[in-house]
Ligand binder design. Sequence first.
Ligand SMILES: Cc1cc2nc3c(=O)[nH]c(=O)nc-3n(C[C@H](O)[C@H](O)[C@H](O)COP(=O)(O)O)c2cc1C
Length: 608
Amino acid sequence: MMEDWRQALNGDPLPWLLEPDPHNPGVRYLALRELSSLPADDPEVLEARAAIMRTGPVPAILDAQYPAGYWVKPGSGYSPKYRSTVWQIMFLAELGADPADERVRRGCEYLLSHGIAVNGAFSALQRPVPAGAIHCLNGNLLSALLRLGYAGDPRVQAALDWQARAITGEGGVHYYRSGTSGPGFACAANGGLPCGWGAVKAMKALAAVPPHVRTPAMQWAVEAGAAFLLSRDPAVADYPYVERVSSTWFKFGFPLSYWSDVLEVTAVLVDLGYGHDPQLTPALRLILGKQDERGRWRLENSLNGKMWADVEQKRQPSKWVTLRALRVLKGRIRDQGPGTRDQEPNRSRRTTSGGTTGSGTRDQGSGTQPLPPDNSPAAQRDQGLEKLGENQESEWMSQADATMTPEAVLALLKGRRSIRRYRPDPVPDEMVEQLLEAGRWAPSASNRQPWAFIVVRDEAIRREVAKHAAYYFIRWAQVEEAPLLIVLCGDARNRIYRQFLHEDVGLAGSQIMLQAKALGLGTCWIGGLDRKAVAGILRVPDTMDIVGLLTVGFPAEDPEPRDRKPLAEIVHYDVYGNRQKGGAVTPGRLPGGWLGRLLRRLRFNIRP
Ligand SMILES: Cc1cc2nc3c(=O)[nH]c(=O)nc-3n(C[C@H](O)[C@H](O)[C@H](O)COP(=O)(O)O)c2cc1C
């Protein structure tokens, strides 16, 4: 019987992938391991791996290696592209080379001792200096080294740590105009904007670290990265760009280098546990739509003529691309078999909006809509997609638990600090949107949502506001320095609801601050304000109160956590003053006379 993940296919390409192939023996090995799930010590698997080292691109690459371990020339090995050291390590890992092979290890050792800058990250510059550290290179090399068995190497751990901190902005990472230029994937190679390719490669590396061994910094980085990748439709891939969306996103290839494609971003999100996020549905449709009538994918992009060996023929059905596509389909249904996470008891129901995607993503046509009863290839494909989405809700619950662990949430809450020094870099629009989105979802009395958020970017207006962000003789320097202010206002017209205004708007502000933290941004709530003056500058009408102001930007400081009072000092049990958990207590007396007691008896229950 066909396994579920193959039902979205027009044909069964597995026999094709499993056949011995001297040109690409790695496909058979990886298909046996990852699609047929055979154990590493299965005799067939061992023979398939040995074949990789005998024929095809792997021996061609190893033949070009210098005895010292590098390719082309000594040094960090970024250039010349596709023939020097860093690319060979990536290709060897992707092609399934044997990590125990002495030449493979020599190459990895050379890279680890010549390619890493003092900040712990891999550098793209010939002399490995921190200014050359970029997410795409670091992520690509880390995922290669993790595949090649270097997970326990302290240099790999340090590079992972840099990757995570460079994403979140935590822990004193230095940014450089020429390389990784700010948190949230900002990179000089993408004009200083957050880079989609860099994000995919960084997440590919972090996805290869099992969740239970990820540090809190890695977990935050995973959440920030997934939020960033899902902030756009991966099938459109309009991540921030300088001139246009690169066409390489839509041409499936093998092997990839610093660029990415829709298949890779989808694979990474699937590996991170977001395979059932409805935001991925168009990407899955795009992927399935590219298969031929036999369930195979073509090679649309290649490095033929540029690397030490050509891998496959362009425009022809590609075993490697097909393998990549099948990994995605299979990955989506992992953990759905009996005895897996879905069966754990007492799970509360969660929705995608509780995670990382923006509003509207839930409405984008998930795999659960009914499809016409027609047998055309397109309909069959879509029905396959339906099947893959069958367990969407229950699966999502476990995804949410896997990624939004209580520990991760608490770590986010504890890790937030008021940031009072900012870098001048502007906050990208898509991040601002996410902040406002987080504020919009705050609870409010009777869901009246009395807030209005004024996003102040204009420098002249910010300067004016900054003059009045003061308390007696103190002026808050951060208001002038921050590239973005969000002024939090509340509608004060309703006499009854006015009493809740500060709670409502305060909660929205808190959500914005936490979302900012998750995005690697810093914030500071400014309460010391001349509200009248600020209202005048911002043309806020009399009917609106200014509740607070948030400074927002990429942090230029990493302050130590401030103390909090111990729980013993602030917690009372059942009644005020009782510090003992458990034990008998009696309620206090109701205030008011007989009229108050009578009126209280006239109350009735509602659920607004
Ligand atoms: C209602 C409110 C008003 C605040 N006003 C200011 C302010 O005017 N200026 C300032 O620098 N920080 C201000 N803060 C930030 C607090 O000083 C800060 O949250 C507190 O010291 C705890 O530090 P942490 O946020 O780093 O944990 C304010 C915070 C709140 C919640």
